[in-house]
Write a protein that binds this ligand. Structure first.
Ligand SMILES: CC(C)(COP(=O)(O)OP(=O)(O)OC[C@H]1O[C@@H](n2cnc3c(N)ncnc32)[C@H](O)[C@@H]1OP(=O)(O)O)[C@@H](O)C(=O)NCCC(=O)NCCS
Length: 310
């Protein structure tokens, strides 16, 4: 049966969301989230968003993007583009539909000056940080066949907080750090300017954005914690609902146990606010080992993929 691939149109939204939830069962989405994270994304461009249709039914979807507006101090990330989501109806697979959509996306991105495509560490509106190697093994195979290669493994992790407590050896370490002038505090408004300056300098992308957005919404937000050396802010952590992060310490102060100190105090604050579980969407490398040590288990394994356009 014939199909065609065309640009996304306003009336496609319900069909796309229904197909999304059929094809990506671990990443269900509501119409509202689709509007917020796709259509209302200032970088959205219908020329980079494709729908495959057969008769009047939507059987495939792909979203690709490059930055039209600078993202805080990260800027336009010239030369980089993203495919953030891609799926085909199960009954329409292995007929070249995804191939056709990816070809169009690569053509669109190349016209926008993109030299490398990532799947998909696009901030802030990513859906899945890379391809889920377990849930979407088909997608991984398909992308490899199209020349996409591993850039990095990232993990989602989590744990129950019901049995959470701070081990005694950690408490000893925190006392030593306190004697050396380090402390952790729940955010309060006098920290605002110093926190934003700390983030602008050390974590100018997504961490800065998260702090700014949360504080604009509530300047007394108590779901942010800061690590201090005397009066100077040297670390930031954040949670929302049961989701932990982002989290960052000034690299100059790495390796002394400040990360665990900030982590444990943040979890205590989560507990005080009635959270029973903790999960984080995206971690990698040494941070993953740290979370493992403090009892978090891997929930999902992802691979961020990359392809250079010649
Ligand atoms: C991944 C997906 C989009 C592929 O769609 P598709 O329309 O079936 O792909 P195509 O028919 O265009 O495949 C083109 C080529 O890619 C390769 N390919 C596609 N699926 C593959 C698979 N499951 N295993 C190995 N190779 C595969 C093959 O080389 C194929 O050519 P062939 O059929 O002649 O052998 C589809 O399987 C899907 O929607 N999966 C679930 C969602 C998902 O994983 N999304 C990606 C993460 S967001």
């Amino acid at each position: 049966m014939p199909y065609s691939i065309r640009e996304y149109k306003a009336e496609d939204e319900e069909g796309v969301v229904a197909l999304w939830n059929l094809c990506l069962p671990r990443d269900e989405i509501t119409l509202n989230t689709f509007r917020r994270k796709v259509i209302l994304d200032p970088n959205f461009n219908a020329r980079g968003c494709f729908v495959a249709g057969a008769r009047k039914t939507i059987v495939g979807f792909l979203l690709s993007l490059s930055r039209r507006y600078p993202y805080f101090d990260v800027g336009l990330e010239h030369g980089r583009g993203w495919i953030t989501v891609l799926f085909v109806h199960p009954e329409w697979r292995r007929r070249g539909i995804a191939d056709g959509m990816v070809e169009k996306a690569e053509f669109f991105l190349a016209q926008e000056g993109v030299k490398e495509i990532h799947i998909s560490d696009y901030t802030p509106n990513y859906f899945i940080p890379g391809v889920d190697l377990d849930a979407y093994a088909d997608g991984h195979q398909f992308l490899r066949a199209r020349g996409y290669q591993k850039l990095q493994n990232v993990y989602s992790m989590g744990r129950s907080l019901v049995d959470f407590n701070i081990p005694d050896d950690m408490k000893d370490r925190f006392r030593q750090l306190e004697i050396a002038g380090f402390s952790v505090d729940v955010f309060h408004p006098p920290y605002t300017l110093r926190l934003l300056e700390f983030l602008r300098k050390n974590y100018p992308g997504d961490l800065f954005r998260v702090a700014l957005e949360r504080l604009k919404e509530n300047p007394e937000c108590d779901e942010i914690l800061v690590a201090l050396k005397e009066e100077e802010i040297i670390g930031f952590s954040h949670f929302m609902d049961e989701r932990f992060g982002p989290f960052g310490i000034d690299e100059a102060y790495g390796g002394r146990g400040l990360g665990p100190m900030l982590y444990y105090h943040t979890v205590e604050q989560m507990r005080k606010k009635g959270k029973h579980n903790l999960w984080l969407a995206w971690t990698t490398g040494r941070a993953k080992d740290f979370y493992h040590k403090v009892g978090l288990k891997v929930l999902r394994r992802h691979e961020i993929m990359k392809k250079n356009l010649d």
